[in-house]
Unconditional design. Sequence first.
Length: 211
Amino acid sequence: MKAKRGNIVLAVGAHPDDIEMGCGGTLAKLKAEGAILYTAVMTKCEDELTRKEKDKRIMEYYAASKVLGVKKAYAYDFPNRELPEHGTEMTDEFSGLQRSLRPDFIFIPFLDDSHQDHSAVAHSAIRSFRANESVIQYEILRYGSHTFTPNLFVDITEYISLKIRMLGCYGTQKARRAYFDDESFRGLARARGAQAGYDYAEGFVIYKMLW
């Protein structure tokens, strides 16, 4: 998978950290090839923290986006864990991004991800992005990996350290979730790399690919 210089790439996720977990290394590789990156998350997860710290997760998202070199990082304010109830509104927002950005590549969560927010975002996205763009589903550690069988592998050996740096911005998650650590992220990338003959890789399921 290789971007042409000037290609527009949009990655969408439910929560801050979804995108970096699922396709952070691939986005870094596309950026190095000359692509212009945009990201969008649909909830700020303010309910997970105290009122004093409610903006912390979204600030972590912006920090990770800066490490990656995103041109613009969008953040919407839909309620965490309730995204399935807001499918129509999310579709409207994605349609607006489709019209304004006209992306060449869209990265979305796995349609069959067991987390309701992840799958809701994916289904809203495929209802919106129906022009001449490739739509690629990414894997989110813990939830998406249960039934995820990749049919596209991207070599991220040169970018695994940058991916780890991006994920390192999420101090709130490192403190709360046992699986959210460098060893887990490297381990999944190592396993996907072993499947594809690379040192480290990210795996994807193609929904629609234009060549």
